[in-house]
Write a protein that binds this ligand. Structure first.
Ligand code: KG4
Ligand code: ZN
Length: 334
């Protein structure tokens, strides 16, 4: 039907994913193989295990993506792959695989920034367009971005220490809720009182759109230590809910502030933490009639290759192209 078919590949962390996307936004398939079972007993992602598992699964995951999309290797027009930021060994598996496909099919290759991919999850399956303010909150990143147009970003704020998702994961670990921590806290917090404990919401002097979560993390850990020392029983639901409230408050306040400063009426959320139900609810509430808040479906918030295909398609349309010298960068900047 004339629409460009993009194969997307994502292996930056602990999800091996391949997707086939038509015309940049229409998902024909989006296969996501999570490695959680291999990492959870270590309480976090083990980089060496991640690379090995990607290597074992990448061929089967891509084949499944083609099968589900009912598309053949020869029918793709473009290969888009995450080349950073992320775990270097994990990224290299996807990048090498993508190069091989591009070489064999003689189709163009596009390296995609993972953070840009998260933003583009907002474009899948709808006709949303910039400009807007995007809050990207994942396990590795917390960025407040003004997206003026495709490929045109200004970073307005970022975390000075832990990423929001990292804070969720660390607190979940301290509460023995397992890995990954975000979904576990989200769930158990619904049964708790978020006003039970007043944890600090980080206020940063000077750079008022930046974030900091290490103070909050220490406050929660200190609280738990105190309880243990004094033998006071800990209500895990209340701690989870109160911690979550503090994170959500910081994220929502800074984002609304950024929208006001840039005269943006539209706010988009992205990244794994954007799956958080309390965060979505609070954004809707605070936005009222003044702002329009958008977020991708939960499945597209966390790592997936459809968002990479979408971002790659738009980069291609802007005239970007990678070649076989494309490298993986653990700290690739937006
Ligand atoms: O975007 P993502 O899949 O991977 C990275 O690029 O980091 O995000 C994973 C992060 C993890 O820290 C996980 O705990 C968090 O997103 N997360 C959540 C929720 N679902 C995933 N955090 C809070 N609430 C959730 N429902
Ligand atoms: Zn991610």
């Amino acid at each position: 039907n004339g629409e460009l078919i993009t194969l997307g590949i994502e292996t930056s962390c602990d999800e091996t994913s391949a997707a086939v996307v038509a015309g940049g936004r229409k998902i024909l398939s989006n296969v996501i193989l999570s490695q959680t079972e291999w990492h959870e007993k270590f309480g976090g992602v083990v980089p060496e295990i991640a690379s090995r598992k990607h290597l074992e699964s990448i061929c089967a995951v891509v084949e499944k993506a083609f099968q589900e999309a009912n598309v053949d290797f020869n029918e793709i027009d473009l290969v888009a792959v995450t080349h950073g930021p992320g775990l270097i060994g994990a990224l290299l598996v996807g990048v090498s695989y993508a190069k091989a496909v591009a070489y064999a099919t003689k189709k163009p290759l596009i390296g995609v920034n993972h953070i840009e991919g998260h933003i583009y999850a907002n474009f899948l399956e709808n006709d949303f367009e910039p400009p807007f303010i995007c809050l990207v909150v994942s396990g590795g990143h917390t960025h407040l971005i003004h997206m003026e147009d495709h490929g045109k970003y200004t970073v307005l704020g970022r975390t000075l220490d832990d990423a929001a998702g990292e804070a969720f994961d660390k607190i979940a670990r301290a509460l023995n809720l397992g890995y990954p921590g975000g979904p576990a806290i989200d769930k158990i917090a619904r049964m708790g009182d978020e006003n039970a404990i007043s944890f600090p919401v980080a206020q940063i002097k000077g750079s008022d759109l930046d974030f900091s979560f290490s103070g909050l993390k220490s406050a929660v850990l200190n609280f738990l230590n105190h309880c243990r020392q004094k033998g006071t029983p800990v209500k895990v639901e209340d701690v989870a809910a109160s911690f979550q409230k503090a994170v959500v408050t910081a994220l929502v306040e800074n984002t609304i502030e950024a929208a006001k400063k840039t005269n943006c009426r539209v706010i988009a959320l992205a990244g794994g933490v954007a799956a958080n139900s309390r965060l979505r609810e609070e954004f809707q509430k605070r936005a009222g009639d003044s702002f329009e808040v958008r977020f991708p479906p939960v499945k597209l918030c966390t790592d997936n290759a459809a968002m990479i295909a979408c971002a790659g398609y738009y980069r291609y349309r802007q005239g970007f192209l990678s070649d076989f010298s494309l490298e993986a960068y653990a700290n690739l900047k937006l």
